[in-house]
Design a protein around this ligand. Structure first.
Ligand SMILES: Cc1cc2nc3c(=O)[nH]c(=O)nc-3n(C[C@H](O)[C@H](O)[C@H](O)COP(=O)(O)OP(=O)(O)OC[C@H]3O[C@@H](n4cnc5c(N)ncnc54)[C@H](O)[C@@H]3O)c2cc1C
Length: 496
């Protein structure tokens, strides 16, 4: 009797010590935040890590697709900034980033190429009004920018009615720019001020054909060489969609997956997007999330953009082509639905008017990328490749046929429909007018861990949306993964 009790006691003690030394941690999602958390934990001696990933690949919204010799990014593309930016910090000495900022030309549906000096001034106005919002603004970015833009253009062209009228037409270009950059279906939903902090330095640093996936390899020590990688790959299980996280009933957290498998662990680090949380907060967690967290999930914004890569067997642009934006004459805009009949329309306007810009793809001479923003994005995702190709051709012909008489047909498009994909349900998050009205940054509330009855962090929340100052970005996602890994590391340091 004594010996069997002793044995049980020793086993319990062993498992407890073992659990303290190497707790079982499950990370949900192998995107930037999940990989960052896993590498930081591993480097701090936590080896009992499993990453459950719903997709058949790692990276999440980092999705570098091989095209010939180079990689093209269907998700994140640029490192936004050099100061206080973990992505830049991690790769700066490798000298692999390249400034992709180019001079984008402005075309008008009636006037064709808009005078260079005029469009440069207009773009200056865009850049100076957008990003200089005062922190006291409480309305929408749309309302704020319309007001500021109108003040600026009236001051700039008060004596030139034609230029002023053209600048007025170009407000729509500005709207598309903002809705694409913020990935919001309407600039009236975006808050005029937010807690986001722009990183200093260059904002459009691209990967020069290596793909943003390089950052994952850098974190896992597989790039620039793979002599001593952090063995995270072995711990990732792909095609493993988590359906439910059961927490707080016991000291263990249980996970149920869509394929019928179950897992049990000491801690979960949750990293899927705000879109996934918005859609699934009622069923993904049992017991349900606290009401403040649910309110924050509802209040913060997550819509989408469409980035579509076009392959042209015959190149019709030159090496000096750095991109174009499209300004519709108001009458052409209103008639666009009647003029181009294929695909979705709203109030007589065709989806093609949502095309914000077309820019070159580094290292891929036959590719261009087309960027769509705003309310048409969900419908664009549902449109066939043929409709997309026809619509883009129609637009290119309408705007560019004078300067580029040899525009050829793309024979292939490459795209990822982020909004309809149940593992993402959008591209990246934004501060809404509603979330801004609430007293605390809502990302901070989403990031608060859920504690078990014993006070142990049972579910920790990472992912870009949980970063109040760098949400929406890869650097924000990585910081959040490191933050939650550190939370666990510190928890075990203090429980020893
Ligand atoms: C088109 C596009 C362009 C972008 N451009 C830029 C840019 O230029 N610069 C920039 O900094 N950022 C950009 N971003 C944003 C950036 O990609 C994201 O902020 C960042 O990658 C998010 O990382 P994450 O780890 O928080 O989330 P995710 O990358 O979404 O990772 C979460 C993971 O969880 C998985 N998952 C979801 N549900 C489940 C489930 N039920 N069970 C298991 N796994 C699940 C997902 O498959 C995913 O792999 C862009 C994003 C998109 C889509």
């Amino acid at each position: 009797m004594y010996s069997s009790l002793h044995l049980i006691f020793s086993l319990l003690l062993f498992s407890c010590v073992n659990c303290l030394n190497d707790p079982n941690i499950i990370i949900i999602g192998a995107g930037a935040a999940g990989i960052a958390a896993a590498t930081r934990l591993y480097q701090n001696g936590f080896k009992n890590i499993t990453i459950l990933e719903a997709e058949n690949r790692i990276g999440g919204r980092i999705y570098s697709h091989q095209f010939g010799e180079a990689y093209i990014d269907l998700g994140a593309q640029w490192c936004h900034g050099q100061e206080n930016n973990i992505v830049y910090e991690l790769v700066k000495d490798l000298k692999i980033l390249r400034d992709d900022e180019g001079t984008v030309r402005l075309y008008h549906s009636k006037l064709k190429l808009i005078d260079e000096q005029f469009s440069m001034k207009l773009i200056d106005i865009f850049e100076n009004t957008y990003g200089n919002e005062s922190n006291n603004e409480r309305g929408s970015l749309g309302e704020y920018l319309i007001k500021r833009y109108n003040e600026e253009i009236r001051a700039a062209w008060k004596n030139d009615v034609n230029k002023l009228a053209l600048a007025e037409d170009c407000l729509d270009v500005f709207r598309k720019w903002v809705e694409t950059y913020e990935a919001s279906f309407s600039w009236y939903n975006i808050a005029a001020s937010s807690t986001y902090e722009v990183c200093g330095g260059k904002l459009m640093l691209g990967w020069n054909g290596l793909g943003y996936k390089t950052i994952l390899d850098v974190m896992m020590q597989k790039f620039p060489d793979s002599k001593s990688p952090i063995p995270i790959d072995d711990r990732i299980i792909l095609n493993k969609e988590v359906e439910k996280v059961l927490w707080a009933s016991t000291d263990r957290t249980e996970i149920k997956c869509a394929d019928g498998t179950n897992y049990s662990c000491d801690h979960v680090i949750w990293t899927p997007s705000l879109g996934v949380l918005k859609h699934g907060y009622k069923t993904l967690f049992e017991p349900q999330l606290p009401i403040e967290k649910i309110n924050a999930i509802k209040a913060f914004g997550m819509d989408a953009i469409s980035k579509i890569i076009l392959h042209f067997p015959k190149r019709w642009w030159n090496d000096d082509f750095e991109g174009i934006m499209f300004a519709w004459d108001p009458s052409d805009l209103q008639r666009s639905g009647g003029a181009f009949l294929e695909g979705p329309q709203k109030e007589g306007k065709s989806w093609i008017t949502a095309l914000s810009s077309i820019i070159p793809v580094p290292k891929c001479p036959n590719l261009l990328s087309a960027w769509f923003g705003g309310e048409f994005v969900p419908d664009i995702e549902k449109s066939s490749d043929e409709t997309i190709i026809n619509g883009i051709m129609y637009t290119l012909q309408t705007f560019l046929s004078v300067d580029y008489p040899n525009i050829s047909l793309p024979n292939k498009i490459i795209r990822k429909n982020w909004y309809t994909d149940p593992h993402f349900r959008g591209t990246y998050s934004f501060e809404t007018v509603e979330s801004r009205k609430l007293d605390k940054p809502q990302g901070e509330i989403i990031s608060e861990p859920l504690l078990s009855e014993e006070g142990k962090p049972a579910i920790l929340f990472a992912g870009e949306v949980t970063n109040p100052i760098h949400y929406s970005t890869v650097h924000g996602a990585i910081e959040s993964g490191l933050r939650e890994a550190d939370r666990l590391i510190n928890f075990y340091k203090h429980s020893k």
